[in-house]
Design a protein around this ligand. Structure first.
Ligand code: NAP
Length: 329
């Protein structure tokens, strides 16, 4: 049947069954209105509205922010931008002196290897922060696989590291810091997540699973703390230029850490592209639009297959590079 034929059948159906046609039309109209309303909210939150001010959490009032994994990449940027906004900062590394020199804030550094932490390191963290007024915790520390790998070929060491660093460290640090946030009746916890949690990533299975754990845990914790004044946000991150992503050139979809962190800190409390997922946010504009479209289209099997293909290719290239390096030595 050609297009004219289809139109003819539709016209006959509408005249013969007006009630059904009207109901279908109304349903279609409602779906379209709901889609347009959601799209408008995402666009406003991503491009126009500003989130909760950092002053709400104590910026410029001598309050402290704690950042995990702040030597490099996104964590280093959080430490710098929170210091610039007027927080004293607790971090784990040498970025401390740089922050103090630049912004005149106080800095405390605590060395801890999250892949093999001993109780003493956590006890040390607890005594370091005792008596400090803490307003912000950024659970940023993370480790992925060195490059895509099938689970059956993943070393036990990599599995343990990924779980220790992404999951256990976040839980332990949060359990140490949370009482001071609750005591102040005001606080912000940002858990740095990954799209790999929302679209399970073949060949990064352990990392994706760890980030999915964090996403669910963040949402449950967010609801537990709803009436305490402590806001939890799972920050859904796609690609960002960093040592971990191994992407060096920024693009619209892969911002520099500085651009990315600015987006996160200016949209606190707004879900942006993660509309509909409580305590979730996708604040950087390009990631926000991708997240919104993925959620609307909802073809998870296809996204996973595409990711699988991409990871096979990345693994092949990484192995070739390793072979070249081995040859040249
Ligand atoms: N970049 C992306 O495209 C991307 C995408 C999605 C999600 N994320 C998430 O964003 C977060 C930050 O990633 P990034 O890209 O900024 O990574 P990065 O540049 O590799 O930085 C990771 C940070 O974590 C620290 N760290 C790693 N292992 C540690 C350990 N065992 N003990 C203590 N600190 C440790 C690193 O310190 P050292 O340098 O001292 O090891 C570094 O400061 C992670 O949670 C990651 O999963 C990133």
């Amino acid at each position: 049947m050609n297009v004219l034929g289809v139109l003819k059948v539709c016209t006959i159906s509408v005249t013969q069954y007006p009630l059904i046609a009207l109901s279908l039309g109304a349903l279609g109209g409602l779906s379209l209105a709901s889609f347009l309303f959601s799209a408008l909210r995402v666009l406003l939150q991503t491009f126009v509205l500003r989130g909760i001010s950092l002053k709400t959490y104590g910026a410029k009032k001598g309050v402290w922010a704690v950042v995990t994994g702040a030597t490099d990449g996104i964590g280093r940027e959080f430490a710098n931008q929170l210091a610039k906004a007027g927080f004293n900062v607790v971090l784990l590394n040498t970025v401390g002196s740089e922050i103090e020199a630049k912004y005149g804030n106080q800095t405390k550094i605590h060395a801890i290897d999250f892949s093999a932490p001993d109780e003493k390191a956590y006890e040390g963290l607890a005594s370091l922060i005792s008596g400090l007024e803490i307003g912000v915790l950024v659970n940023n520390v993370g480790r992925s696989h060195d490059f895509p790998v099938y689970f059956q070929d993943t070393t036990l060491e990599a599995i343990q590291d990924i779980i220790e660093i992404n999951v256990k460290a976040t839980l332990r640090v949060t359990s140490i810091i949370l009482p001071s946030l609750v005591a102040r009746k005001s606080g912000l916890i940002l858990n740095i997540g990954s799209f790999a949690a929302a679209v399970p990533s073949p060949m990064l299975a352990t990392y994706a699973g760890a980030k999915a754990f964090l996403a669910t845990w963040s949402q449950a914790l967010g609801e537990e703390l709803r009436s305490t004044g402590v806001l939890v946000q799972h920050v859904n991150t796609f690609w960002v230029v960093s040592a971990m992503s191994k992407i060096r050139k920024p693009s619209a979809l892969t911002p520099l850490p500085s651009t990315y962190v600015r987006a996160v800190l200016s949209r606190i409390g707004l879900p942006c592209g993660a509309l509909g997922s409580p305590y979730y946010t996708t604040p950087y504009w390009a990631h926000s639009l991708v997240d919104f479209v993925l959620r609307q289209v909802g073809l998870m099997g296809i996204y996973m297959r595409v990711t699988h293909g991409m990871h096979k290719d990345l693994r092949a290239r990484a192995l070739k590079k390793l072979a070249r390096e081995a040859k040249s030595q």
